[in-house]
Ligand binder design. Structure first.
Ligand code: SAM
Ligand code: DTB
Ligand code: SF4
Length: 335
C-alpha cells in the first residue's frame, strides 16, 4: 500500500503533476483503489448560514462586501431553518452537512453561540457536521469540538507565493494557524483550494506541497475550479482546461493517499464523462444540491443519474471510524 508521506519535495510533486495524463490517472487510480472503496463517493451538502457582506478582499468571492456581485446579504439564519435544511439534505443521501458563513473570522458573540447551537442540533441527525466560518482561535475551535463539530473547512486556496495576488486582508500564515488550531481541537481538517485564479502550474504544485507536508494531511481536500462571478476581480479569468483539473485531482490523490479528494465548485461546467475521469483519478467526494453557497451546482436528480450510470455509491456517515471499512483510518503521524 502506498505509504503516507509528509516529506514530499516540490520537485517530486512537480514530476507527478507533469506525467503523461493517462499514466498519471492510472497511478492515481491504483493508489485510490488501495486506500478507498473504489466507486464510493461521499456526498456533502452545503448551506450558507450567513451570506455576503464579508470584509475580506478574496478576489474570487461573490460574498466580499467590496465587490458588486448582486449577492443578497443575509444575516445569520435561525437554527430551526438550518435543521430543516439538514434534514432535507440527509433525505437526499448526504452524509455530511457543511454550514458556511461569510465571516473573516469568528467573534465570541451571540452569533457564535447560535452557530454552536446549530452544530449541536445537526449533530443529533447522525450526520457529519462541518463548518466554514473563517479564522478561528484555539478556544473557539475547542468550543466547536465540545458541541460535536466533526470537520472544519478552511482552504489554503493557492500556493504561498500566489496568495498575495488573490487576498491581501489576511496572510497564508493566518490560514495555517487556523488549520493548526482546528487540528489541536481534534476536529477533522478539510482544506484545499481553487484552480483558475491565474496561478501557474508551479503554484498548483506549491499548494499541494503545503497540504501534503502538513504534520497530518487534511482528511478532506476540496479542489474547486473558479466559478467566475460578475463584479469580482476574477470575473473574466480564462476557463481552466479540463485536463488540468484531472492533473490536480490525480496529484492530490497520489500525495495524500488516505484523504478524501472533493470535486468541489465548478462541476456545472463538467460533462459526466469529464467527472467520470475525475472519479477515476481519485476524486471521492462531491457537494450535492442545486446550490453551493451562492452559485449554482448540478441538479440533485442529474447527479443521481450520474451515480447510477457510473455505478457510484454514496458513502455512509462516519465510515472512516468503522473498522470494517478498508483503509482511510485516522492517520498516524510520520516524520
Ligand atoms: N469565509 C470563510 C472562509 O473564507 O474561509 C468560509 C466561506 S468561503 C466562501 C469558503 C471557500 O469557498 C473559499 O476558501 C474558497 O476556496 C471557496 N470559494 C469562494 N468563492 C469561490 C468561487 N467563486 N469559485 C470557487 N471557489 C470559491
Ligand atoms: C469549498 O472548498 N468549496 C465550497 C465549500 N468549501 C465551502 C464553497 C464553494 C463556493 C463557491 C462559490 C459560491 O457558491 O459562493
Ligand atoms: Fe469572505 Fe470567505 Fe468570501 Fe473571503 S472567501 S470574501 S473570507 S466569505
Amino acid at each position: 500500500m502506498a505509504e503516507i508521506r509528509h516529506n514530499w519535495t516540490k520537485e517530486e510533486i512537480n514530476t507527478i503533476y507533469n506525467k503523461p495524463l493517462l499514466a498519471l490517472v492510472l497511478e492515481a487510480a491504483n493508489v485510490h483503489n488501495e486506500h478507498h472503496v473504489f466507486g464510493e463517493v461521499q456526498i456533502s451538502s452545503l448551506l450558507s448560514v450567513k451570506t455576503g457582506g464579508c470584509s475580506e478582499d478574496c478576489a474570487y468571492c461573490p460574498q466580499a462586501a467590496r465587490y458588486n456581485t448582486g449577492v443578497q446579504v443575509h444575516a445569520l439564519m435561525k437554527t430551526s431553518d438550518v435543521v430543516a435544511a439538514a434534514m432535507n439534505a440527509k433525505a437526499g443521501g448526504a452524509s455530511r452537512f457543511c454550514m458556511g458563513a461569510a465571516w473573516r473570522e469568528v467573534r465570541d458573540n451571540r452569533d457564535f453561540d447560535r452557530v454552536l447551537e446549530m452544530v449541536k442540533a445537526v449533530n443529533t441527525l447522525d450526520m457529519e457536521v462541518c463548518c466554514t466560518l473563517g479564522m478561528l482561535t484555539e478556544s473557539q475551535a475547542a468550543k466547536l469540538a465540545d458541541v460535536g463539530l466533526y470537520a472544519y473547512n478552511h482552504n489554503v486556496d493557492t500556493s504561498e507565493e500566489h496568495y498575495g495576488e488573490v487576498i491581501t486582508t489576511r496572510t497564508y500564515d493566518d490560514r495555517l494557524q487556523t488549520l493548526s488550531n482546528v487540528r489541536k481541537a481534534g476536529i477533522s481538517v478539510c482544506s484545499g483550494g481553487i484552480i483558475g485564479l491565474g496561478e501557474t502550474d508551479e503554484d498548483r504544485v506549491g499548494m499541494l506541497f503545503t497540504l501534503a507536508t502538513l504534520p497530518q494531511h487534511p482528511e478532506s481536500v476540496p479542489i474547486n475550479t473558479l466559478v467566475p462571478v460578475a463584479g469580482t476581480p476574477l470575473a473574466d479569468n480564462n476557463k481552466v482546461p479540463f485536463d488540468q483539473l484531472v492533473r490536480m485531482v490525480a496529484t492530490a490523490r497520489i500525495v495524500m493517499p488516505a484523504s478524501a479528494v472533493r470535486l468541489s465548485a465548478g462541476r456545472l461546467e463538467l460533462s459526466v464523462a469529464e467527472q467520470a475521469m475525475c472519479f477515476m483519478a481519485g476524486a471521492n467526494s462531491i457537494f450535492a444540491g442545486d446550490k453551493l453557497l451562492t452559485t449554482p451546482n448540478p441538479e440533485f436528480n442529474s447527479d443521481m443519474a450520474m451515480f447510477e450510470m457510473l455505478g457510484l455509491k454514496p458513502k455512509a456517515a462516519f465510515a472512516d471510524h468503522d473498522p470494517r471499512v478498508k483503509s482511510n483510518q485516522p492517520q498516524h503521524e510520520h516524520a
